[in-house]
Every structure is written in C-alpha cells, then in structure tokens.
Design a protein around this ligand. Structure first.
Ligand SMILES: O=C1O[C@H](COP(=O)(O)O)[C@@H](O)[C@H](O)[C@H]1O
Length: 256
C-alpha cells in the first residue's frame, strides 16, 4: 500500500459524513487493537461536526473504549469558551455531550475569556501538547488528523499567502488578521500535522472544488495550504461529488 494521496468520492454531504464516521470507528478499533492509547486531532468547519455527529449516533461506537482515546484540535477560533462558533463547542454539541468521554481526554485550546492573551494561549497549548510528546517530538503523534479545507484552500488556521504555513520552529502559532472571521485564531503548524500517521481531509460543496483541484494538480502550499499537508502513512480526501468536480480522474479511487 502506498502513501499517495487518495480521493474517495461520496454522492453528497450526508452520505459523506456517515461513510467517514463508519470508517473512523473501524480504523479506531484497529488502532486500539495495536496500541494502548490513540490521539485524534479534530477539525472545525462544516464537516467536522457532521462527521462527529454521525459517530455519536452510530451503535458501532459502543465497541470503542473511549477512555483510551485523546482528542485535540487542529485549530481554534479566539472566542470565549462556550461560543457556538468555537470549533470545540461544535464538537461538544455534536459528540462529547453524547458520549462518556472524560474531560481529561479532551484537550481544547483556551478561550478568549480565560484571562490570558493569544500568545499565552499558544504557549499553553504548546505545553499541553508537550505533555504527550513521544521520543524526539514535543507533541503527540496523531493517529488520525481530520482537516476541513476552506474554499481558499486553507487548513486549520493556515491561510494562503500568509507566513503560518511555513512555520517549522513551533508546534502552535497565534494567528492575527485572519482573512476568515474571527480575525484571531490559534493553529497547529505544518510539521505537527505532517507528523500524523493518517491525515483525513473531509470536504463537501462546489465552493471547495477549485482549491482541491489546484492542490491535487501540484499547486504550492503558499497558494493552497492544503497542498502542503500529508500524513506519514495515509492521506485521504473524503469528498462529495460537488467538491470532486475538478479532481483529475486518475486520482479518484475506483469504485467511488
Ligand atoms: O474556520 C475554519 O474553517 C475551516 C474550513 O471550514 P469550512 O466550514 O469551510 O469547511 C476549518 O477546517 C477550520 O478548522 C476552521 O477553523
């Protein structure tokens, strides 16, 4: 099996979310068969909560020992804790509120009301990641990293033509003047994301087609940051038909 990027196309958003959820449960069971603890990085955006909602609603999730799974976020919007636009709040509503997962296994970024500034919040997440560092890296190696992709090709809070996608000397950055609201954000950096065993992009909608097509046709990560991200073992794009409109035919996995 190679580590080439693979594109799996599902007809529309609901089918996509339920297929990714089923695959996640199966893969997580496999992972936990071979190791004590799994680390999962979650995404915000339109598909993040949709997939998590499907996982929570699946009877198959009951086979997972959730006490052995830790959850992190690829990025967060600098808003108060509990704000409905926060990525972690969307995940709490869709998933954590419905499953018996201990708070100590959930690793959110600080809220803007935590009494610290954006740079301190980046430092705090850096420390939290380092608590789970393995060997030579100061962060957990994520077994599966979920990423949404913006219409401009951004992933996490790493945006086109901004310095964030090039940062290699930190695990977390503070993002200011984001082109997408809110303007202040926190994001993992490319080296942390690329250390993941598996990267699963999940994206739906015609507004994503151009960015996805560009990334798969060899555009630079400066132009479309999604082009700079690859898992160590597997990199899969789970997409709906609308988002797949500009994907080169040869990259679409047969049978999808
Ligand atoms: O703001 C964000 O946007 C991206 C993509 O979101 P989408 O709604 O266009 O799918 C998301 O991946 C990221 O986590 C989030 O903070």
């Amino acid at each position: 099996m190679t580590n080439e990027r693979r594109v799996l196309v599902h007809p529309e958003k609901a089918a996509l979310a339920s297929a990714v959820a089923a695959r996640f449960i199966t893969k997580l069971l496999d992972i936990l068969d071979g190791q004590e603890v799994a680390h999962i990085a979650l995404t915000g955006g339109s598909m993040g909560a949709a997939v998590l909602g499907e996982v929570a609603g699946s009877s198959a999730q009951a086979s997972i020992d959730w006490s052995r799974v830790h959850f992190w976020w690829g990025d967060e919007r600098w808003l108060p804790e509990g704000d409905a636009e926060r990525n972690d709040q969307q995940a709490r509503d869709a998933f954590f509120a419905r499953l018996p997962i201990a708070e100590e296994n959930i690793h959110p970024f600080a809220g803007s009301d935590a009494g610290i500034g954006l740079d301190e919040a980046a430092a705090a997440y850096t420390s939290e990641l380092a608590r789970f560092g393995t060997g030579d890296v100061e962060h957990p190696v994520f077994d599966i990293t979920f990423l949404g992709v913006g219409p401009d090709g951004h992933i996490a809070s790493l945006f086109p033509h901004r310095p964030g996608i090039e940062v290699e000397d930190r695990t977390v950055i503070a993002v200011r003047n984001s082109p997408k609201p809110p303007p202040e954000r926190l994001s993992l950096t490319r080296p942390v994301l690329n250390a993941s065993e598996r990267v699963w992009f999940v994206l739906a909608g015609a507004d994503k087609a151009s960015a996805l097509g560009l990334a798969l046709a060899g555009a630079s990560r400066d132009e479309v940051p999604v082009a700079g991200i690859k898992g160590r073992r597997r990199t899969v794009f789970f997409v709906d038909a609308a988002a797949a409109a500009e994907v080169p035919e040869a990259l679409i996995a047969p049978g999808y």
